[in-house]
Write a protein that binds this ligand. Structure first.
Ligand code: PPS
Length: 309
């Protein structure tokens, strides 16, 4: 474990937030209080909708591509010609609200919203949610790098500073712990499926099969091969419709880095010091006390709390 060699000065003016039911949103035209309220209270979920829900940097874009290709039976015509954010708009953004008007059912939609402010109409519908989670230490590292290019996440001088921001939940969409605790209340419901980024890494094909089972989609071997081949990190990195190359500078500063960064599990080991690891573990244990689900990253520490490296 080492301190990140790329620690640099913050180059962005500090962002301002508004809070909606305790959740911070960056003050910007794409996030407005009216719009979040509209999504929560008035947005009409349809029974055949599928929602790709995540905490940021947990595998959203990867799952979006998997779902696009499952719904096209592995045909790449659309994933190679239509940018991913138009295929599966973010329901809580003002842009996403406009974009989803052009979709034909069944709609595959994306959201980072926490459970308690998600569209109320979902909870009385037959629509489905796929919730993707990722080792939160890798989320911190991914966020730290992403914040240099994203206009909506405050950047930080070091991973240490980002760790503080993350553990306080003082960032767009709020606390990881609240997000996971909130959504995982749905575990066991027939219209809720959860999977981890790490499972996608370990067994992509098997994961796609499980997702298809959940969605009631039958793909033949050739279609399955196509999904797996086209959602590999390299394939997505090479696909301008999946790698955000065409996303406007209003959202991403492309001169500072690329969205598709490393795409690996365990990068936290290259960034966290032992002290940061200890600190993280103490907060994690406290915040996830009595949480009934075990994740692969629970094995990152021994029973005594020592990091497993
Ligand atoms: S966002 O901004 O919240 O929508 O980001 P999100 O898509 O959730 O997460 C971005 C991270 O996912 C990695 N990624 C992938 N990893 C493996 N395989 C594939 N196909 C893939 N596509 C995206 C991406 O590189 C980000 O992780 P890091 O660790 O920063 O590389």
């Amino acid at each position: 474990m080492q301190r990140d060699a790329g620690d640099v000065s913050s180059s962005k003016p500090s962002l301002e937030f508004f809070h909606y039911k305790g959740v911070p949103f960056t003050k910007d035209s794409i996030f407005t209080e009216e719009n979040i309220r509209f999504v929560e209270s008035e947005f009409q979920v349809q029974d055949d909708d599928v929602y790709n829900v995540t905490y940021p940097k947990s595998g959203t874009t990867w799952m979006l591509e998997i779902l696009s290709l499952i719904y096209s039976n592995g045909d790449t015509a659309r994933t190679r010609t239509v940018p991913n954010w138009l295929r599966s708009p973010w329901i809580e953004t003002t842009n996403g609200q406009e974009q989803l008007k052009d979709l034909t059912p069944p709609r595959v939609l994306t959201s980072h919203l926490p459970y308690h402010i998600f569209a109320k109409s979902f909870f009385t519908s037959k629509a489905k949610i796929i919730y993707t989670l990722r080792n939160p230490k890798d989320v911190v590292v991914s966020l730290y790098h992403f914040s240099k290019i994203s206009r909506f996440f405050q950047d930080a001088r070091s991973v240490d500073e980002y760790l503080d921001i993350f553990l306080r939940g003082d960032l767009l969409y709020g606390s990881w712990f609240d997000h996971v605790r909130g959504w995982m209340q749905m575990k066991g419901r027939s219209n809720f499926f959860f999977i981890t980024y790490e499972e996608l890494q370990q067994d992509l094909r098997g994961s796609v099969v499980r997702i298809c089972d959940f969605l009631g989609r039958e793909l033949d071997e050739a279609a399955l091969d196509s999904v797996v081949e086209n959602v590999a990190f390299k394939a997505m990195n090479d696909n301008k419709m999946a790698n955000y190359t065409y996303l406007s500078d209003e959202f991403l500063d492309h001169s500072k880095g690329s969205f598709m960064r490393k795409g690996i599990s365990g990068d936290w080991k290259n960034h966290f010091t032992i002290a940061q690891c200890d600190h993280f573990h103490r907060v994690y244990r406290e915040k996830m006390r009595n949480f009934p689900v075990k994740f692969s990253w629970d094995e990152d520490w021994t029973e005594e709390g020592a990091p497993v490296l």
